[in-house]
Write a new protein. Structure first.
Length: 322
């Protein structure tokens, strides 16, 4: 593996148990489907499927679920040599069911991912990589993971690494603590070269529903480039000098799980090819081409069920007409 041109994604890897019983809460649900979950893992898998190299850094339990997660990433050729196996804590598990009104029933059993420490990380590999992606729904919830996450982010920035950040807000995980989420995310955005947020996250962080004002607010915090994903409307991209909404392609959406992560992975897979990804951010024409490609990847993921299982290859993206 060429670590000098690689991408490392730091964050959570966990088990999602989806209730397959229609319109049933977790009290009554009987049938569950096990799937690999974790936004940074999805980003990693996307990069590799598109022909790049990426390593996942995080922690799972040294148990059957942790082994399943490692096997899932190995199968798509994500480098898992930086994955820590915890003998003391079980793999993190989320149970989810969907009701007819669109509301989710959600139970989160936090485990090994919460205990990632600096000692679990390969500092040499981090220093050798080109891009570090920090994308996590769980990393900022509490220490030691939160302290590790922020420390590594700051050190990587000081080392001149290209920093990618996606806060991945999950209402179920931050009930009653939205203000804390905002304060912590601002620290990440302040040092991000590339910050990706959803329209909902932009409003939460900036306090405004105006896309332009919200995006400028993230630039004021320190982000060099900001991408606001807008679903089937495309993506608003800004490098602080220029701002434009890049349209997506029309598809019949079946399952949008992992689409945002696939978008991020596609962006990073293109940026790393350029040798100096920070320079690309200043070339707005090239940047919009990268976003257009990444919109297509995200849309394609929506046409199949599952996150990692629905990821396209580079050849499939090139030939996909929508």
């Amino acid at each position: 593996m060429d670590t000098k041109s690689s991408i490392i994604c730091i964050g959570e890897l966990l088990i999602d148990f989806f209730c397959t019983d229609v319109d049933m809460d977790l009290i009554e649900g009987q049938k569950f489907e096990k799937q690999a979950g974790g936004a940074p893992a999805n980003v990693c898998a996307t990069i590799v499927k598109l022909g790049g190299s990426a390593s996942f850094s995080g922690k799972v339990g040294n148990d059957p679920f942790g082994q399943f997660l490692k096997k899932t990433l190995d199968k798509v050729k994500v480098d898992t040599s930086l994955l820590a196996l915890d003998d003391e804590h079980p793999t993190t598990i989320a149970f989810v069911s969907l009701k007819a009104n669109g509301e989710r029933d959600f139970v989160f059993n936090r485990g090994a991912d919460a205990y990632l420490t600096v000692n679990d990380l390969d500092q040499k590999r981090i220093k050798e990589s080109t891009i570090i992606h920090f994308g996590s729904a769980t990393a900022l919830l509490g220490d030691p993971f939160r302290a590790t996450y922020l420390q590594v982010m700051q050190e990587a920035k000081a080392d001149g690494k290209f920093i990618s950040f996606d806060p991945n807000f999950r209402q179920d995980l931050w009930k009653g603590r939205k203000g804390q989420f905002i304060d912590l995310v601002k620290k990440g955005i302040a040092i991000a070269d590339f910050a990706k947020v959803s329209e909902e996250e932009l409003e939460i962080i900036s306090g405004t529903t105006d896309l332009t004002d919200g995006t400028l607010f993230l630039h004021q915090l320190g982000a060099k480039a900001v991408a606001v994903t807008l679903g089937d409307k495309g993506t608003l991209i800004s490098n602080g000098q220029h701002m434009e909404t890049v349209p997506s392609i029309l598809v019949e959406s079946i399952d949008s799980t992992g689409a945002g992560d696939a978008f991020v992975g596609a962006v990073l897979s293109q940026l790393v090819k350029e040798g100096d990804p920070k320079r690309v951010l200043d070339d707005f024409v090239q940047l919009t081409k990268i976003i257009s490609f990444s919109n297509k990847v995200g849309a394609m993921v929506c046409t199949k069920v599952g996150a990692i299982s629905s990821l396209p290859t580079l050849e499939e993206v090139v030939h996909f007409k929508g």
